[in-house]
Design a protein around this ligand. Sequence first.
Ligand code: ATP
Length: 234
Amino acid sequence: MILEVSHINTFYGMSHILHDVSLQVDKGETVCLLGRNGAGKTTTFRSIMGLTPPRSGSIRFKGVEIVGKRPFQIARLGVGFVPEDRRIYSDLTVLENLKVAQRKPRNSQEEWTIEKIFEVFPKLQQLQARRGLHLSGGEQQMLTIARTLMGNPDLLLLDEPSEGLAPLIVKMLGELIQRIKQEGVTVLLAEQNSKFAMKLSDRGYVIDDGRIRYHGSIQELSENEEIKRRYLAV
Ligand code: ATP
């Protein structure tokens, strides 16, 4: 097991947001965390990254307890976080954005190089000299994911990558995530767009009001009309 979140409780000040949240991700899997706006998906990722540490519970990454570690330490251990608000350097070019994000892999995994990124993201190669400022929303999202991969993470956290993108771009993004999976990257994907996320995932969790309401295979989830109606608005 690469990630094991056990019974975490996370607060913003006095507001108790996550209630006893547990979830697991195995190496090589793609797991989705589904839920509506405000359900607690981003807070779960912020808890894992140490940005809003849980007040109780445990989070183990590759067997190591990471609650109490700082965000940069958690990133260095191999967690790559792609936040909702695509953080790229707008005055740097695509190529420069990729280069500044490059980190050596921690183990013998095949390294992400600029060449390999361009093979998986041919569009970024075409755009390599363009400044971040002049990229479309979909291109920015691609670059944010590519940048995070340049850090050679063992686990990729994607927070609502499809948000705000046109349907055709969402389809391309889906194909891209499939390619990344094929490269052996383990992915935890938070989405409101459950149709999109379920197509890409092996297993799924449903979160609502800061509580995990369901977990199971995608097949089981797709057949569970009650859960979908109650929590996913599909
Ligand atoms: P979204 O699609 O909006 O990101 P989400 O499932 O990721 O939805 P969270 O962002 O984790 O949801 O929010 C969970 C709850 O925490 C919401 O009720 C939200 O209002 C609350 N919340 C989020 N950030 C803060 C904050 N900084 N201070 C107080 N409450 C917050």
